[in-house]
Design a protein around this ligand. Structure first.
Ligand code: SF4
Ligand code: MSK
Length: 635
């Protein structure tokens, strides 16, 4: 009864993804509640939504009034600015910790290959190994691959363990940007130290000056973007191959009724790479056929899906907002997960549709799921057990199957290296073609549109409307994560979408044969945008620091702490970054003013917030135009 459709908001108001609408309708009919409806029913605490409460000690929790924020202080005397800064700092610490944990495990895998303990993975891209080594000052001349790899591994270990000095990959940022970080004392040292210090300084009775807290927040966020996230992306490219454009299908129609369907969802590529190797084993293909299936269909979801699609063209079934809904098809024989953005609600939905939900990582188990641990030293032990379970489930399928017939082809896999190559071979030298096209005004500026979906807003709708408006105004859009999947489903990641762009951008797209929207991969791959932005500065003609560039960023449907860490590392690197949905600060407070105005005056980027996509586009374009004017390239 609780699920009666009468009480529900229409499915068209919950998501613009037609496949997800169809599955939400079916779930309601089946009496199964999905996150899209739970999100609508949840009434978030208005005090918490604006970060006006604190539970950092047991004299509280203390609640202040967001409508009159300076009227009261916490029991310890903490002001609204201290409370908001501490809360934000801990969010950023959690987000940075997630990406650094991911990056550190990728580094351990890399070390395992070098030591010879890991035999099922290898160093795929030796050219990139050399390039990254050289960029960090490693002498690669005349050295064996493993020798360079060992030196790179030792150097990148400092990303996590340094207690002083400068994090290795910060060398890739423009000198003026690094000088600002040094001058303000926010240059990140080692990620473990920065995250530890962030947690320590936000303990009751420690750092109670919002401006001073902002310094450690900035350092902790930079330790993500120029730290663990960048290590994850660059080493994953070296081990599994650097992406280049590849055609791939997206949306729930990639499931096949007559195949054993296995979905991999999460963030670390190793387990997915292991699955990809295992599904081609003729033994399992024959096993599947013996149960009446035509074969085994491996597809991705969320960010590890985006990463595998970029690298190998593996089909992608949908973003964060569709992970529960896809199980409602009844066609998913196993959903295999690792870390981050895996809703606990999947366990209940999987139970309802007799789907195996399989956790594989010791750092992320789910009550009610089956745990089959993945070990890089013996990957087949895990992948073979998963395949056996999925094939057995196919053989006993008893539910009606309903797969939405929605599928959209797109071009994915634009690494920063490929963007350099495509737009003229190099960013360096006398103004690269990308910079030339920005200077001559064909391309007005560059926007990064990234991040999650959030059931507080209609899934995908803000992403799609925003990106359409940006390209219509000649802004080239770079995408990652769940946002990229939203636009892929909407059909914008194809060269044929060029006519949707303004005349200048359309001309560039048609000349080069590229889409107006470029998909760069998963959410850790946002670091590709940092590297591309640094390369634009170094190419010349667009100022001295990232803050000078006519660029802007946005996460219009964000939800995670990782998104806050990413947003802040972009701001700290010099980028105007707008968030949709809402923001955990109160306007008319000193901390909010520092984030939304003060940081820019100090030479950083700044935060912005709006929920309407056209309003967000207007804000981003106004910033791009302001930067063009400052550079003297406005016409
Ligand atoms: Fe309240 Fe201060 Fe304790 Fe926070 S730290 S709960 S504001 S007394
Ligand atoms: S998965 S952090 S919902 S982009 Fe990277 Fe998607 Fe956001 Fe998770």
């Amino acid at each position: 009864k609780e699920n009666s459709e009468k009480k529900m908001v229409s499915v068209e108001d919950r998501t613009m993804c037609e496949a997800t609408q169809q599955m939400l309708t079916k779930a309601r009919r089946d009496g199964v509640k999905l996150d899209l409806d739970r999100g609508y029913e949840m009434k978030p605490c208005p005090i918490g939504a604006e970060s006006a409460c604190c539970k950092h000690c047991y004299m509280g929790p203390c609640r202040l009034n967001p409508r009159d924020p300076y009227k009261k202080v916490g029991v310890c005397g903490a002001t609204i600015d201290t409370i908001m800064a501490r809360n934000f700092g801990r969010n950023v610490a959690a987000g940075s910790a997630s990406h650094n944990d991911h990056g550190r495990h990728i580094l351990e895998l890399f070390r395992g290959i070098i030591d010879g303990k890991v035999k099922d993975f290898t160093i795929e891209d030796t050219l990139k190994l050399e390039r990254v080594g050289k960029s960090l000052g490693i002498d690669v001349e005349g050295k064996e691959v493993l020798e360079v790899a060992k030196e790179l591994c030792d150097e990148l270990e400092k990303t996590f363990s340094n207690v002083d000095g400068e994090m290795p990959f910060t060398k890739l940022a423009p000198e003026a940007t690094r000088e600002l970080w040094r001058k303000d004392g926010v240059m990140p040292r080692g990620a473990m130290l920065e995250i530890m210090e962030m947690m320590s300084r936000t303990h009751i009775g420690c750092d109670q000056d919002y401006d001073n807290l902002m310094k450690q927040i900035t350092r902790t966020a930079l330790a993500d973007g120029w730290g663990g996230s960048m290590v994850a992306t660059e080493l994953s490219d070296i081990m599994f191959g650097t992406p280049s454009p590849t055609l791939a299908d997206v949306n729930m129609g990639v499931l096949k009724e007559d195949h054993v369907n296995i979905i991999v969802h999460g963030h670390e590529p190793a387990m997915f790479e292991g699955m990809l190797a295992a599904v081609n084993d003729s033994f399992f293909i024959e096993e599947a056929k013996a149960k009446g299936a035509k074969g085994i269909n491996l597809v991705g979801m969320c960010c590890s899906g985006a990463e595998m699609m970029s690298r190998h063209g593996v089909p992608h079934a949908g973003n964060f907002g569709s992970t529960e809904a896809i199980i409602v098809t009844g066609a998913v024989d196993a959903m295999v997960v690792d870390i981050q953005c895996i809703k606990q609600g999947l366990a209940e939905v999987a139970k309802c549709y007799d789907t195996h939900l399989i956790t594989t990582n010791p750092r992320a188990k789910i009550e009610g799921a089956t745990h089959v641990e993945f070990d890089e030293i013996d990957p087949r032990k895990c992948t073979d057990e998963i395949l056996s379970k999925a094939i057995a489930r196919y053989g006993t399928r008893s539910m009606p199957i309903e797969i939405p017939k929605k599928i959209q082809a797109g071009v994915h896999g634009f690494s920063h290296e490929y963007i350099e190559y495509m737009l003229g071979g190099t960013f360096r030298g006398s103004y690269s073609p990308l910079n030339d096209n920005i200077i001559n005004g064909r391309i007005r500026g560059v926007a990064g549109v990234v991040g999650c979906t959030n059931p507080k807003v209609k899934q995908d709708s803000v992403h799609v409307a925003l990106v359409k408006e940006l390209i219509r105004n000649d802004v080239l859009v770079l995408q990652t994560g769940c946002s990229q999947i939203a636009l892929a489903k909407a059909g914008l990641l194809v060269p044929e979408a060029a006519p949707l762009a303004g005349p200048g951008l359309a001309e560039v797209c048609e000349t080069v044969g590229m889409p107006p929207v470029l998909g760069l991969g998963s959410c850790v791959d946002n670091t590709r945008i940092l590297i591309a932005a640094s390369a634009m500065v170094k190419a010349g003609g667009l100022g001295n620091s990232i803050a000078d560039l006519p660029v802007a960023g946005c996460a219009p449907e964000w939800m995670s702490e990782k998104a806050l860490a990413i947003g802040h590392y972009f701001v700290a690197s010099g980028v105007y970054t707008v968030f949709g949905v809402g923001f955990p600060t109160i306007k008319e407070t000193k901390f909010h003013d520092l984030m939304f105005n003060g940081l820019e005056k100090k030479g950083y980027g700044k935060w912005g917030m709006a929920s309407d996509p056209i309003e967000i586009a207007r804000m981003m374009i106004a910033h791009i135009d302001k930067k063009r004017k400052q550079l003297g390239i406005d016409k």
